[in-house]
Design a protein around this ligand. Structure first.
Ligand code: 4AD
Ligand code: MG
Length: 430
């Protein structure tokens, strides 16, 4: 019977055939331990000389790294293995030999690995990161479907900028200028007025000349938007959502977290409600922590965010930032009009901001004033203003950056390992 490594646990005691690659091997004169991988998992195949004909044992011993084959044998329980079972090999049918595979079990530098990203994805840790990414995506759909959200897909080619005009990728749209989407938010606001609670999940692009462990040029964002929803209610959705994805990964990705040596102590502590600190209090806190130069009105950098996150050791909302360091669309804070009803969610352990969100301005004249103050072209936002002309309602939303969230939950240092083919400042290949 043909099966996969993952499914093989349902075939203990049976003989099965699996299409696989050789990940690694150890062998002696009498036994060969084959580390098999098939994309669904990693499993040991044991080839014992005394139980095989000479040719088959020799073939097993001579298999080279990443050679592909069909391998047949009996699945047996094995307590020492991570997955709890292995294969007693009976026969091997080579499909395609692999020689001089560039990524050997020794250590390679990151640039080398990134140049071989198309092959590096096969490695155990990279495989685990993508499985966790997939689980977060699965849990995202689960959460929003269960909470009455409709998925709406905003366009990627756009005529205007939601998050400021300096980080836009420009392209040609026949005889017109166009931009790759930085965020689907403005379209999601239109969608919320049509479908109430909506979410999107898609690629976004930032022409940011940043070369940090948190920045990608192309990243995927989950953007929920909710009609009749104030800032406080939006924060509650955010903390429930983030808790749901953390718990889903803890429950469904045990093997992957183990493969990554992830210490899950902090992840297990993630529960609602999340701690909150206002921007004002955060500035005071940072001054006490020795960041004496920080002035009210400045944006926080990575060291500031990390100091705040370390203090709480949980995801923490920093709320009510100064208006002038945030985008044009945020609703003023009625208690202090120099600040807005917004929050950034900062992940623990130095992973930085994983969510940016806010209540949106719903008053037409205030929004027109802001578009003017921010020097934006009112014509290209006319559709957005229509949402305030025809039955405007209080509404809020947020964007969660998938790759930063995957990095945090997986415990990988740099976001480049959380995207299958990351687009970085100096990398568009492979
Ligand atoms: O804070 P940002 O810029 O917010 C928005 O785009 C809003 N329009 C979202 C909304 O309200 N619908 O981006 C949201 C998140 C950040 O918190 C971060 O997780 C991620 O997107 N992000 C990046 N991730 C990787 N590389 C980059 N260059 C990123 N820029 C933002
Ligand atoms: Mg932000």
């Amino acid at each position: 019977m043909k099966t996969t490594i993952k499914q093989a646990k349902q075939h203990i005691g049976q003989e099965v055939t699996i299409g696989a690659w050789l990940h690694n091997k150890r062998s002696s004169g009498k036994i060969a331990f084959l580390q098999l991988r098939d994309g669904t998992g990693f499993m040991q195949g044991v080839a014992v000389k005394s139980e095989l004909d000479e040719e088959t044992f020799q073939l097993a011993k001579d298999l080279t790294q990443e050679t592909s084959f069909y391998i047949t044998g009996t699945i047996t329980e094995d307590d020492r293995s991570d997955i709890g079972y292995e294969m007693q090999v009976k026969s091997i049918e080579v499909i395609s030999e692999s020689h001089d595979y560039p990524i050997t079990p020794k250590d390679h530098g990151t640039e080398f690995l990134m140049d071989h990203r198309h092959l590096w994805l096969r490695s155990r840790k990279q495989h685990a990161v993508m499985i966790i990414r997939n689980e977060i995506i699965r849990a995202t759909y689960e959460f929003f479907n269960e909470h009455g959200f409709t998925k709406i897909d905003p366009p990627i080619l756009t005529a205007s900028a939601p998050e400021g005009t300096s980080e836009l990728f420009q392209t040609q749209y026949f005889d017109q200028d166009a931009y790759l989407s930085q965020s689907g938010q403005l379209y999601m606001e239109a969608a919320a007025m049509a479908y109430n609670k909506v979410f999107s999940f898609g690629p976004t692009f930032r022409a940011e000349k940043s070369k940090t462990r948190r920045h990608l040029i192309e990243f995927w964002m989950i953007e929920p938007e909710m009609a009749f929803c104030n800032h406080e209610e939006s924060l509650e959705v955010q903390e429930q959502y983030v808790t749901h994805i953390v718990q889903s990964v803890l429950k469904n990705c045990e093997l992957e977290l183990k493969a990554l040596d992830r210490d899950t102590t902090n992840l297990e502590k993630v529960a609602t409600p999340f701690p909150r600190i206002t921007y004002d209090d955060a500035v005071e806190f940072l001054k006490e922590q020795g960041f004496e130069d920080i002035e009210w009105g400045e944006d926080f950098g990575a060291p500031h965010e990390t100091a705040i996150a370390n203090h709480f050791d949980l995801p923490v909302f920093i709320t009510n930032y100064p208006t002038k360091i945030k985008p044009f669309y945020m609703q003023p804070n009625p208690e202090n009009e120099d600040t807005v009803l917004c929050a950034d969610l900062i992940a623990p352990e130095g992973y930085g901001e994983i969510i940016g969100g806010s209540e949106r301005i719903n008053d037409l004249s205030l929004l027109e004033q802001r578009i003017d103050e921010y020097g934006l072209d009112a014509d290209s936002y006319d559709y957005y203003l229509d949402l305030r002309r025809y039955g405007s309602v209080p509404h809020s939303g947020f964007g969660l950056g998938l790759e930063r969230t995957v990095a945090w939950i997986s415990g990988v240092e740099h976001v480049r390992e959380t995207s299958p083919f990351p687009r970085l400042l100096n990398r568009l290949y492979p």
